[in-house]
Design a protein around this ligand. Structure first.
Ligand SMILES: [Zn+2]
Length: 455
């Protein structure tokens, strides 16, 4: 046992003493005898008792010596694995305020899939209030970072407008500015400069006129969809056949530059593969998770897939070209994982066939197929999300690792996800800032959602 663990045990015993004296047993929960994945580094700690009260982890230690407060709810943890909740760092919460039921359903889909943090990348003013309702627990759902309405070619046609918008978005209370394709380099530079002045960061696409090298130099904090890298490596205006000539050394250099600048990518690999080689629309519409979203969404996605298939054909793109693109993206992703601390888990749900929550588990399989280890995949949705929130968004982020004092955003699994990511879907329950949802409650909630959209 290393000294850090011994030290932590001392802290834990103190926390237990304090808890024993405090009259808050009614709100407390204890996971007893569980194997903990703290996610601070690649390890598991067997046979722990983890106590939660008032939304926080208040004690953790060996189950033989860690007191379960009297009256606490006991959750049997033997044979199970407790890890921090996951994150969807490129979510599109509907920008037009939908009826409350749909919002509740979307948020529940995230939670039911073990997701306790999302970052919204299609912002609008009502979402600021939604962020507060989620934070207070008035609505059940993940912690919500809200991106501002996007800067794009229409909303930000010139540097002056971009500068004004960035000031307004900061004043309105958004957590970051979203970039879409379209802005010129001068407009981008103006936005970045004002963002630095007022203290708000940028994430999203890398506009063509900006390019990946300039985006990295400008410290755009997230390059979503791995946008700009393949274009940068192949050279401006290169045809799809040019992807073949991209070298390992180029991709490795981009990964190192991204790490050195303290920046992140949100890969959205699953969506990108579907956009560049669309699946059969009828087969995709029959995926099991499609029952959890309104029918018009699925029809819209099918139409989008048909449209993409036409566009791809018009470009003259072959299946082989698409496979080269996916292989280069995967290779880049593996380099990014190997330099550590550059990847944030995300899918772009509910973009085409990405059902909120469920899509993340499809994305993780693509990340694993790219050669990432389970640890590299898991850390991108836990510890490194909190690091992004602290270092980039400048907000305190007591989550993403299991330690005393952190918020109780937890997933209880029937198998070890470090051995197989499939175990992420074998959930015994999910805890959202101390609120426990058992497997039965999650299944009931999902069944209600499916019934609502069955008509
Ligand atoms: Zn997006």
């Amino acid at each position: 046992m290393d000294t850090a663990v011994v030290f932590k045990m001392h802290i834990t015993s103190l926390a237990v003493l304090v808890l024993a004296a405090a009259p808050l047993a009614a709100q407390s929960t204890a996971f007893v005898g569980v194997t903990v994945l703290p996610m601070d580094r690649e390890r598991t700690i067997p046979d722990q008792t983890v106590v939660v009260a008032n939304g926080l982890i208040t004690a953790m230690g060996p189950s033989a010596t860690t007191l379960v407060p009297s009256g606490a709810r006991r959750i049997e943890g033997r044979g199970k694995f407790l890890m921090p909740g996951l994150a969807e760092m490129h979510a599109h919460v509907p920008p037009q305020q939908p009826e409350n039921q749909l919002l509740e359903d979307i948020m529940f889909l995230y939670v039911a899939n073990g997701i306790t943090t999302i970052r919204g990348m299609l912002g609008s003013p009502y979402q600021l209030g939604l962020r507060d309702r989620l934070a207070s627990g008035e609505m059940l759902g993940p912690r919500f970072y809200v991106g501002a309405p996007s800067l794009n070619g229409n909303s930000a046609p010139n540097p002056g407008t971009a500068a004004r918008l960035v000031r307004e978005h900061k004043a309105a209370g958004y957590d970051l500015v979203k970039i879409h394709p379209g802005p010129s380099r001068a407009t981008y530079d103006s936005a970045i400069a004002v963002g630095r002045e007022v203290g708000i960061t940028f994430g999203g696409h890398v506009p063509a006129d900006v390019g990946i090298a300039h985006a990295i130099a400008s410290r755009q904090s997230t390059m979503d969809h791995l946008d700009g890298y393949i274009e940068g490596a192949a050279g401006p205006g290169a045809p799809p056949t040019g992807w073949r000539d991209i070298t390992s050394a180029q991709l490795r250099t981009y990964a190192e530059q991204t790490r050195a600048a303290g920046l992140y990518v949100v890969p959205t690999q699953f969506l990108w593969e579907n956009l560049w080689w669309p699946p059969d629309p009828d087969e995709a519409a029959a995926w099991p998770e499609m029952q959890y979203v309104p029918k018009p969404w699925v029809t819209g996605w099918q139409n989008q897939a048909r449209g993409r298939a036409t566009q791809v054909a018009q470009m003259g793109l072959t299946r082989e070209d698409a496979e080269v693109l996916f292989a280069k993206r995967n290779e880049l992703l593996k380099h990014l994982a190997d330099v550590e601390g550059t990847i944030l888990m995300g899918t772009d749900s509910p973009q085409m066939f990405n059902v909120p929550g469920f899509a993340l588990h499809r994305e993780l399989r693509v990340m694993e197929a790219a050669g990432l280890t389970p640890w590299q995949v898991l850390v991108s949705g836990t510890r490194d999300v909190a690091r992004y929130a602290e270092d980039v968004l400048g907000q305190s982020a007591a989550y993403g690792t299991i330690v005393v004092g952190h918020e109780a955003d937890l997933v209880l699994l029937d198998g070890n996800p470090l051995e197989s990511l499939d175990n992420l879907t074998r959930r015994s329950g999910v805890m959202v800032r101390g609120r426990w949802l058992s497997k039965a409650e999650l299944e009931t909630g999902l069944a209600e959602i499916a019934a609502r959209y069955a008509q």
